[in-house]
Design a protein around this ligand. Structure first.
Ligand code: DGL
Length: 264
């Protein structure tokens, strides 16, 4: 048994879509979240910039005594997870666009992927695509500007709707029946996406699969918290903590556990 916290990070609020699954599935685990809002978005950054930010955050979370780290960001996973695994002796769990289930279940043979530039140009994404979607048509779309709007609390605005229409129309016109949400921010706009595509494709969010992987790795390394552990939820925010806190309160208005938001 190990009651130390699990660390999780993202460039901002997006990783909360993974955090939410973790809290529901691992109710005894303490979770320390690092939201790097000062450096958001990661999508347009260079490989070396993202790797340096991820290394910095990992060191920070290790100083907080985290026992494992969840990279709740597709961009950071795609660009930096192998260098993190090479540099730190601790389990890392990443998240990547769920191409495999989309390719397995598509009936039209066409899937859409909405992700950041960093994810789409990353080696991991391209390796996964070659492995699982060789005979499938993959229509990739970079979601320029979506992360910024979500971070600014503008997830339900006309501006968002116009951008989404522009990004979704070409893939819908091609006949995709699965859309992979390849950025952890995007589950927070899934209602609008479904409305715009008139529910004509399924959205695939890999967060539940990531949580299953966390459970397997905790078990394998005997790192699970004890069944009597009272979990501690902390949020370390590198930029303005008010925006983050407001987003959290709107998205999880029913969450009744004690949480602490710290600007660092
Ligand atoms: N939520 C992130 C992802 O899954 C980061 C997006 C960004 O910062 O550009 O890719």
């Amino acid at each position: 048994m190990d009651n130390r916290p699990i660390g999780i990070f993202d460039s901002g609020v997006g990783g909360l879509s993974v955090w939410k699954e973790m809290v529901a599935t691992l109710p005894r685990e303490s979770i320390f979240y690092y939201g790097d809002t000062k450096n958001c978005p990661y999508g347009p950054k260079t490989t070396i910039e993202v790797q340096n930010l991820c290394t910095y955050i990992t060191n920070f979370l290790l100083e907080q005594d985290c026992k494992m780290i969840v990279v709740a960001c597709n961009t950071a996973t795609s660009i930096a997870i192998s260098s993190l695994r090479n540099s730190f002796n601790i389990p890392f769990i990443g998240i990547e666009p769920a191409i495999k289930p989309a390719a397995l279940h598509t009936k039209t043979g066409k899937i859409g992927v909405l992700a950041t530039l960093g994810t789409i140009k990353g080696d991991l994404f391209n390796a996964t695509k070659s492995k699982y979607a060789e005979n499938i048509e993959v229509i990739e779309q970079i979601g320029h500007g979506l992360v910024e709007l979500i971070e600014a609390g503008k997830g339900e605005t006309d501006e968002m709707e116009q951008l989404l229409k522009k990004y979704l129309s070409p893939m819908m016109a091609k006949g995709v029946d699965k859309i992979v949400l390849g950025c952890t921010h995007y589950p927070f706009i899934s209602e609008m996406v479904l409305r715009l595509i008139e529910n004509k494709a399924d959205l695939i969010n890999p967060a539940p699969a990531v949580t299953q992987q966390i459970i397997r790795v905790l078990e394998k390394n005997k790192l699970q918290a004890s069944t009597s552990n009272e979990p501690d939820y902390k949020f370390f925010i590198s930029g303005n903590k008010q925006n983050f806190e407001q987003f959290f309160c709107r998205a999880f208005s029913n969450f009744d556990k004690r949480t602490k938001f710290l600007e660092i």
